[in-house]
Structures are given as C-alpha cells and as structure tokens.
Design a protein around this ligand. Structure first.
Ligand code: 13P
Length: 255
C-alpha cells in the first residue's frame, strides 16, 4: 500500500436489508475505524436508509450506489440519477461493474458517460475494469483494461482521474473464491498506473486503485502489502460485519 489513503468499499450487490444496514452503521464508528475511508454500496433502494443510519449512529461509513444513470433526468424507467443520489447523501457510485457490463450490456463508452456524469456532479465514480479468464489466457488483460480506461480519458480527460477511483476486478476472481494472487494483482495495478502516467504522471500517482475479486479476511493483508494496491472492492465478505471489519483493520495496519 502506498501513501494514498486506503479505501475499503463493500459492494452488497442484490443482497442485504434494513437490519444489516443498521448493524453496519453501529459497528463502523470512529473508534473502530479512523485512518482509512470505508464505503458501503447497498442496493439503491437502501441508499437513503444507510445515510440516515450513518447520521444517527455517527458512523464513519461513506455511502455509495452500485450504478448510476448517464442521463440527468427524464423518461428512463428504472434508472436513478446523480441528483437523486446526492439528495440522499451518497458520495460514491460504482460504474461499469463486470456484472453490469456482462449481464446488462454496458459498453466502455456508456460506462465512461456514467463516470463523467457522476464526477461532474460531485459523486466520486469507481470505475471497474478487469479481464475474463479467456481474455487472460489469450494475453489480452492489458488490452481490455486500457480500452476501459481510454474510453474515460477520451470522454472526460485524464484530469477526471484526479477525483476518481479505479477498481481492478478480474472477472474470474469475482465470487469464485479464487482471488488473484498479490503478485498477479500488483502486476495489473502497476500496468494501470503506468498507463495513466503516459497521459499524466501526477494524476497516475494520485489515483487510488482498488483490487476486487474474492477478497476476504484471510487474504486481504497480503494484497495490501503490494505497492499499487490502495484498498479493496469487496463483495461477499462485505455482507458480514466481522469479516469486513477485519479487512478494514488489515488496511489500517498496512499504512
Ligand atoms: P466477491 O468479493 O464476492 O468476489 O465480489 C467482488 C465484487 O464483484 C465486488 O464488486
């Protein structure tokens, strides 16, 4: 972990309920966590509830969404806008999660629009990128990632990474229990930073790059020892407060 402040983010996907939200808001207080940023992204219907519980319990949790519309408002049934997220006090939005790309057909260009829409409206976007197992076997990992990043640079400029976050999530590691090794993850994170540095070295040094894919309470510490890993985007283990707390503590002590 470099000098950048670690960010540990939980992506609950389509899981969780109000009672889990209240449990997390109570447990993640400033006594427990004080040197890192912690974020929970519940299903969008619970974002408001999470923000209210965070206030009520003076929790350190940041509140985020798992997705956001690239449109400002209008006839887009089922979508949620940045203004709505802001009104309910969300400050982060995940964009381009591999499940959105694979299941809902989101292209790099659409994801770049979502990234920009969030950023210009003061919601910090977390851009997810990562290769499938086949793409890794075919030696296409860096191409896939460069394509996702380039789409954002083309639309929003390299400066857009000053206030954004990148999450490297190899598709083969998501929900499989088969995390990338610390060395595999570090190699890709270094590639991402190097790729950004071709546009702007300072921006590249300042961007937080999270690793996601079967991060748990047992493998987090080793991942956080890597130079270019600045935190984690956690799925399954972010639904269990003890496990998520252990991951956060590992990030704190790796600083
Ligand atoms: P798991 O931690 O369950 O593998 O999920 C990772 C993920 O997709 C987080 O966005």
């Amino acid at each position: 972990m470099s000098q950048l402040k670690p960010l540990i983010a939980g992506n609950w996907k389509m899981n969780g309920n109000k009672s889990l939200i209240s449990e997390f808001a109570q447990e993640f207080n400033s006594q427990a966590i004080n040197e890192i940023d912690v974020l929970i992204c519940p299903p969008s219907i619970y974002v408001d509830e999470l923000a209210k519980q965070v206030d009520a319990h003076e929790s350190v949790l940041n509140v985020g969404a798992q997705n956001v519309s690239e449109q400002a408002s209008g006839a887009f049934t089922g979508e949620i806008s940045v203004d709505m997220l802001k009104e309910v006090k969300a400050s982060f939005a995940i964009v381009g999660h591999s499940e959105r790309r694979a299941i809902f057909g989101e292209s790099p260009q659409l994801v770049a629009q979502k990234y920009k829409q969030a950023l210009v409206n003061d919601i910090t976007p977390i851009l997810c990128t990562g290769e499938t197992e086949q793409e890794r076997e075919d030696d296409k990992t860096f191409d896939v990632i460069a394509k996702d990043i380039n789409a954002v640079v083309e639309l929003a400029g390299i400066e857009s990474f000053k206030n954004g976050v990148i999450a490297y999530e190899p598709v083969w590691a998501i929900g499989t229990g088969k995390s990338a090794t610390p060395e595999q993850a570090q190699a890709v994170h270094r590639f991402i930073r190097g790729h950004l540095a071709k546009y702007d070295a300072e921006v590249a040094q300042g961007v937080r790059i999270l690793y996601g894919g079967s991060v748990n309470e047992n493998n987090a510490a080793e991942l956080f020892k890597q130079n270019d890993i600045n935190g984690a985007l956690v799925g399954g283990a972010s639904l269990v407060s003890d496990k998520f707390m252990t991951i956060c503590n590992n990030a704190q002590s790796s600083k």
